[in-house]
Design a protein around this ligand. Structure first.
Ligand SMILES: Nc1ncnc2c1ncn2[C@@H]1O[C@H](COP(=O)(O)OP(=O)(O)OP(=O)(O)O)[C@@H](O)[C@H]1O
Ligand SMILES: [Mg+2]
Length: 256
């Protein structure tokens, strides 16, 4: 068995509804592990709890209960140390200083992540090269297309050379060439040994990349296993696509 890079144990996160003041669970009692070089993906409808889960296991949100270990280090007890091995990519149009170059942006974020000063320039150049932005590294982030920005977000997630990278919907809103570039990049990172946690509404992303699929709905895991296993679970033909399998069970996943 390959090394475990992340272990999430019984993670729950409650939110309080501003109007009713009632609390409800966004995710409940989720446990899983990610091994070196493995792509673990979470698939489920809008509001299923995917982003909440990623935030709860990356120190963006404190889980209501549960523990997370990154390379054996408890994230809640030792957040700074644990995050040295973690890259997080939430993506989107924001997140960078528009009037600074891509390179300067990444150097800034590397410093925030406590990357050693002597390693910053090298790590940033390497991250930019990995996402194929080295030749435009000195242009301002404001001049980047959506696809380039998304790759810059991934580079930001790589500046500390993490053992595990979390990607929340990395291909959303991108043209097909950019989607394929991101898929190739994720594959390359996994092949180099990085553990990956991926969410996507694009079933082709999941079919192409995932070693293990978790079906999530109403904050709970309904199924975990292989692509073939998902098809059996959904009772569709083995020749069916993941999209077919997903559609066959989407109502069940939406139920709370
Ligand atoms: N900050 C918040 N405060 C209160 N409720 C929230 C907050 N963030 C998310 N929620 C609620 O928690 C549930 C899970 O949301 P989450 O964003 O994690 O789902 P998701 O699976 O990422 O959905 P999507 O596919 O649309 O990105 C939803 O009911 C959502 O409305
Ligand atoms: Mg989300």
């Amino acid at each position: 068995m390959q090394n475990t890079v992340l272990k999430a144990n019984n993670i729950s996160r409650y939110y309080t509804d501003e109007k009713t003041k009632e609390s409800f669970h966004a995710i409940e009692d989720i446990s899983f592990s990610v091994h070196q070089g493995e792509v673990v993906s979470f698939v489920g409808p809008n509001g299923a709890g995917k982003t909440t889960l990623l935030k709860s296991i990356s120190n963006y949100l404190v889980p209501t209960s549960g523990t997370v270990e990154i390379m054996g280090i408890n994230l809640l007890h030792h957040p700074k140390k644990a995050r040295q091995n973690l890259g997080v990519v939430f993506g989107g149009d924001r997140g960078f200083y528009n009037n600074a170059s891509a390179r300067d942006n990444l150097e800034f974020f590397a410093r925030l992540l406590d990357v050693k000063e002597k390693d910053i320039k090298h790590n940033v150049s390497e991250a930019l090269e990995t996402v194929n932005l080295l030749d435009v590294a000195d242009k301002n982030a404001s001049t980047y297309s959506k696809g380039m920005l998304q790759r810059l977000h991934i580079a930001r997630g790589l500046v500390n050379k993490p053992q595990i990278l979390m990607l929340d919907e990395p291909t959303v809103g991108l043209d097909i060439e950019s989607v394929i570039a991101i898929r190739d990049l994720v594959k390359k990172l996994a092949d180099s040994g990085c553990g990956i946690i991926l969410t996507s509404h694009n079933m082709n992303d999941i079919e192409t990349l995932a070693d293990k699929i978790f079906l999530i709905g109403g904050g709970k895991i309904h199924y975990e296993g292989s692509l073939e296993g998902v098809k059996q679970f959904a009772k569709v033909d083995n020749n069916a696509s993941l999209a077919d399998a997903y559609l066959a069970i989407s109502d069940e996943l939406k139920r709370k």
